[in-house]
Design a protein around this ligand. Sequence first.
Ligand code: GTP
Ligand code: MG
Length: 197
Amino acid sequence: MKINSAVFIKSAFERSHWVDDRLPEIAFLGRSNVGKSSLINSLLIRRGLARTSNTPGRTQSINFFLINESYYFADLPGYGYARVSKSMRSDWGKMAEEYLAIREQLVLCVQLIDSRHPPSTLDIQLNEWLEFNHKPHLIVATKSDKISKNELQRSLSSAKKVLPGADIIGFSAQTGRGRDEVWRELSVAINKYQTSG
Ligand code: GTP
Ligand code: MG
């Protein structure tokens, strides 16, 4: 995908601030610190467009980015950080949940997991929720540069067993591994929405 323009539009802390011009949208979901903002920057080849941080829980709002003036990326708050013992609902905030439930122009959910660790209970719950609600989704296993090729293969195949129903792509923001594969999936989802009018 050729990126002619990528613009940060806004951080929304409540529903009335979500962008609403009906362009197709792709959401990036996953636990705090898993690499959502880094994936967005890598896809867009824009260092620092989405703020990244070593401090988990940095992104608290839904951050909207307009790409090529024709679709949005939505960087969602990370889950599983603030109150580890509580349910995903209280951990993650009502807004992200509401967003997933009602956002009509959502063409693809990109769920990120950490390739170094087995998917967490919250990762599994989110995947089950997406499956159950028929939300098109894709799983991206991040930070693959931190493990060997063999470890990555093992990690991807065991993740597939607990996260059924979606493709899993190994990815590294550092090396660019998996970037083209992720773009292929995003392009298919965007084109489908545009041709269906
Ligand atoms: P929140 O906004 O807090 O939910 O985090 P996030 O999911 O947006 O994570 P972010 O992109 O800010 O990355 C968290 C940390 O992991 C940063 O220090 C990144 O540099 C690092 N990181 C992200 N992706 C990769 C990767 O593919 N490889 C390596 N080595 N580090 C990564
Ligand atoms: Mg972030």
